[in-house]
Design a protein around this ligand. Structure first.
Ligand SMILES: [Zn+2]
Length: 430
């Protein structure tokens, strides 16, 4: 006998057999009765009625016990076994219409300023097998069911519950078609699973033949959800057993975020609601990942409205740049202190053989006359300063071209710098 957690009282199985055959039955005092058609009475000694006792106490001269080997129950089984290719049932509670699926899926999503709709949905019936075995549970006649999936694998207890395989109803009109090869392959898999399950406890056990093999048609749904905002639509495929299908999160293409709450940017990209924010400069709704923080104002803005500050390397809104009073470079306000940028405030002493200085002096030979150098770097320039006996020199040199952006001198006692331009500059540099 195969191991299985799915069993029902034999009486319930008998009730199902009557229903499956479309036969009426009446129950009273633990006895079920069915009035036989005249043509069938001969099989039962001319009796006009089948009487099966659903309770032990009800067995008497007129009501027979449940016995799948003899009498009424055996006759019912034979009728069912003679149905070709097999008896068809389906889970009583499973969605049968596309609407049932879509309404369940739709409710999981929220689309700001847009909607979710179906981009297509197919419902298909997949053949499962129910193999029913007669057994006893604490002395009570019981029917144990073993389920086999459409691909010939065994069905776990939880999946049988999930798909509603334990509560089935007859398919009376136009059942799905199945070809003999598929059916026979399924039955062969079922017998193999039953044999393996029987021998796991007792290797010597021989497999009992099932009372009945029933085809159980389980609905599978597949399709696409469409999310539309304005002119943009994105799709999310779904696929699963109709009864247990659950909405999956939408994975946004740009941000990679998984979400059930969607929205669109002003330029028509659909993404997770939480990944969209307003540019504080332009008011546009954009992806958060396209925003940068202005290091001066702290505003979240599109990168296109900013420039990197050459001193801090951080983006700042273009209108937040001013000229440093010393190096005359455009720097963000965030690095200024008393009108002097962070680089100019922190010039460090360097040796004459510092490669950067060697490079600058190689290009501008006249500077080699100066001693006691200090240097600071921004992303764009070297800011160098040298001390003479009476004067100081300041040279701001482009890092790439070594062109002098600014040259100035000052007397050692003065605090400001006097620009040196034109021929005077040439004199100093050559
Ligand atoms: Zn500066």
């Amino acid at each position: 006998m195969p191991e299985s957690n799915h069993q029902e009282e034999a009486a319930d199985f008998v009730r199902w057999m009557f229903a499956q055959l479309g036969l009426d039955l009446e129950e009273a005092d633990g006895v079920c009765r069915h009035r036989l058609e005249e043509s069938k009475r001969a099989s039962f000694g001319g009796n006009a009625e089948l009487r099966i006792a659903f309770q032990d106490l009800a067995v008497d001269g007129q009501a027979e016990p449940i016995d799948f080997e003899n009498g009424a129950c055996c006759w019912l089984l034979k009728q069912l076994r003679s149905i070709k290719p097999a008896v068809h049932v389906r889970p009583r509670r499973q969605p049968t219409a596309v609407n049932d699926i879509s309404s369940r899926l739709f409710s999981a999503y929220r689309v700001e300023g847009g909607r979710v709709h179906l981009g297509g949905c197919q419902l298909a019936d997949f053949p499962f097998l129910r193999m029913s075995f007669s057994t006893q549970d604490h002395g009570k006649p019981t029917v144990r069911h073993l389920f086999v999936a459409h691909d010939g694998t065994s069905v776990s207890d939880s999946q049988a519950q999930e798909l509603g395989l334990l509560d089935v109803e007859p398919i009376t009109t136009s059942p799905p078609r199945i070809d003999d090869t598929t059916l026979n392959a399924l039955i062969a898999s079922g017998r193999f699973i039953a044999a393996k399950s029987s021998s796991s406890r007792d290797p010597a056990a021989s497999t009992v033949d099932p009372l009945l093999i029933t085809l159980l048609w389980v609905k599978h749904a597949s399709g696409q959800l469409h999310f539309t905002v304005g002119d943009t639509t994105v799709a999310l495929p779904f696929s699963g057993w109709a009864k247990s299908i659950e909405a999956q999160p939408f994975v946004a293409k740009q941000s990679g975020a998984s979400t059930f709450h969607l929205a669109a940017t002003d330029d028509g990209r659909i993404d997770a609601f939480d990944e969209i924010a307003t540019c504080e400069q332009s008011g546009q709704r954009v992806l958060k990942q396209d925003l940068v923080t202005c290091c001066v104002t702290g505003k979240q803005v599109l990168e296109e409205f900013t420039e990197p500050c050459p001193v801090s390397g951080k983006p700042a809104l273009t209108e937040q740049f001013v000229e440093c009073a010393v190096c005359r470079e455009q720097v963000s306000k965030s690095v200024l202190e008393d009108k002097v940028c962070g680089a100019c405030r922190q010039m460090g002493k360097i040796a004459k053989d510092d490669p950067r200085l060697v490079w600058i002096l190689g290009e501008h030979l006249g500077l080699d006359r100066w001693k006691r150098w200090r240097l600071a770097e921004t992303q764009n320039v070297y800011i160098t300063q040298a001390d003479g006996i009476m004067k100081r020199l300041l040279a701001v040199v482009d890092k790439e071209t070594l062109a002098v952006n600014f040259l100035a001198t000052s007397s050692k006692l003065a605090s400001g710098w006097t620009p040196v331009e034109g021929p005077a500059q040439a004199d100093l540099l050559q």
